[in-house]
Design a protein around this ligand. Structure first.
Ligand SMILES: [Ca+2]
Ligand SMILES: [Ca+2]
Length: 216
């Protein structure tokens, strides 16, 4: 589905094993046996809320404007510790999830495992808690927070700030004056081009192409 040129409020929620519910600007529709969803907020500052238990392939684009896209557990479903993926529509396979903020200063928050989170142009904030995620700040001065295990994080161009405590993650600052605050003892950190600073609070992270400062 596509949003409008204005500021859209879009949410996609799983109702039961068969049914998902799409609400766009207050109007709700239900769909059965959905295997994939494509959401494009288009222009405007869009707000997209995704149920982390959708278990379907997702291609979400914020488009132009400062968009807020979130796929987070609200803590109600505490028994679900498998990253939110059920076998609903995907036959037990891990869904393919891509969330792209597009242009503008976007905010992406995700608990989805194996998700690809792309900030795109603009100074984006990406907060990831899913495992095996790929996090890309893209251009602009991005703020990337990672709690997920084995994340692959790249700041892209611009002066990025990365805060990482996801175990076994890889952080690349890429071009620009990047700062990394690290609490992952098994992290591999590469500042890339520019004067980069890594505050490694573990003392065991592998750090390249950056000045290392101790815990202060
Ligand atoms: Ca955007
Ligand atoms: Ca960016």
């Amino acid at each position: 589905m596509s949003g409008t040129k204005g500021d859209d409020d879009i949410s996609l929620r799983r109702v039961d094993d068969k049914t998902v519910e799409l609400t766009v600007n207050g109007e709700t529709k239900t769909f059965n046996n959905v295997k994939a969803a494509k959401i494009d907020g288009k222009k405007g500052d869009d707000n997209v809320t995704l149920d982390p238990n959708l278990g379907i392939n997702l291609d979400v684009r914020g488009g132009k404007g400062g968009d807020t896209i979130s796929a987070v557990r609200d803590g109600v479903d505490a028994g679900d510790q498998d990253g939110g993926f059920k076998s609903f529509a995907s036959g037990g396979k891990k869904p393919h999830v891509r969330i792209a903020g597009g242009q503008g200063d976007d905010e992406i928050t995700s608990d989805l495992d194996y998700a690809k989170l792309l900030g795109g142009g603009g100074s984006d904030t990406i907060d990831n808690a899913g495992n095996d995620a790929k996090v890309r700040g893209g251009r602009g001065n991005d703020f990337l927070i990672n709690h997920g295990i084995r994340a692959d994080i790249r700041g892209g161009r611009g002066d990025d700030l990365v805060v990482n405590d996801g175990l076994g993650s890889t952080v690349r600052g890429n071009a620009g004056k990047d700062s990394v605050i690290n609490d992952d003892p098994a992290a591999r950190i590469n500042g890339g081009r520019g004067d980069d600073v890594v505050q490694d609070n573990t003392g065991t992270a592998q750090v390249r192409s950056a000045a290392v400062v101790d815990d202060i």
